[in-house]
Design a binder for this molecule. Structure first.
Ligand SMILES: [Zn+2]
Ligand SMILES: [Zn+2]
Length: 219
């Protein structure tokens, strides 16, 4: 297995040892309430809408993330994408399961990989995370969503451009009931909302989003 051949250094701090060393696991910037009830942004007090999501059409009922997407988490997620490290998916799933309540959903789905990212089969964090969490939460994982070819990448685009870019980016199989949609990182919410909108058009009654990490806006 590739992961056995990699030099064993912590992805977050670079110290020799585990893929993510124990002190770095303990120091992960876990997100704690209060949150915006709708988009999950950390807020000063509980609110139903916040500066980040007010006035936006969002197709999911709620979004929650376990940790903030800071520099160290970024390095962990980058290593995860690059090498498809199975143990990282298990670690991320443990952190999510410890941090967030079990979703009020019948099934798990995941945001499918960009085809143009060159991810090898099985190296897709959102799918791995969904499978690990499916085992922990005892929920079936459906590969309901597909990406339509040709949508450009989201990186480097502003929020409005991201929203335009991902509209119509997905197709979904017929779906029903309440779906929990998994992804590795929540950035602007545009991808999650486009995917949720596609799931709802395919029959999902309600979609809640769960991610390992969330980019925080500077305020
Ligand atoms: Zn470390
Ligand atoms: Zn909000």
């Amino acid at each position: 297995m590739l992961e056995l051949l990699l030099p064993q250094r912590c992805l977050a701090c670079g110290q020799p040892g585990a893929q993510v060393c124990e002190p770095c696991v303990a120091a992960l910037p876990r997100l704690r309430p209060p949150f915006c009830e709708r988009c999950g942004a950390p807020t000063e007090w509980p609110v139903r809408r916040c500066a980040e999501c007010a006035g936006r059409r969002i197709a999911f009922a709620s979004a929650r993330a376990a940790v903030a997407y800071d520099q160290r988490v970024r390095s962990i997620v980058a290593g995860w994408k690059e090498h498809g490290l199975r143990r990282l998916a298990a670690l991320a799933a443990d952190v999510v399961a410890a941090q967030l309540p079990r979703p009020d959903a019948n099934v798990l789905a995941y945001v499918p990989a960009d085809r143009d990212r060159g991810l090898k089969r099985g190296h897709h964090p959102a799918e791995r995370l969904a499978r690990e969490l499916g085992a922990r939460w005892e929920l079936p994982v459906l590969d309901s969503l597909r990406r339509r070819g040709g949508a450009p990448r989201q990186r480097g685009l502003d929020v409005a451009a991201r929203r335009r870019n991902v509209r119509g980016a997905f197709t979904a199989r017929k779906t029903s009931g309440s779906v929990c949609l998994l992804d590795d990182v929540y950035t602007s919410g545009a991808t999650a909302s486009a995917a949720a909108s596609t799931l709802r058009a395919a029959g999902a009654r309600r979609v809640e989003v769960v991610t390992f990490a969330r980019a925080l806006r500077l305020r």
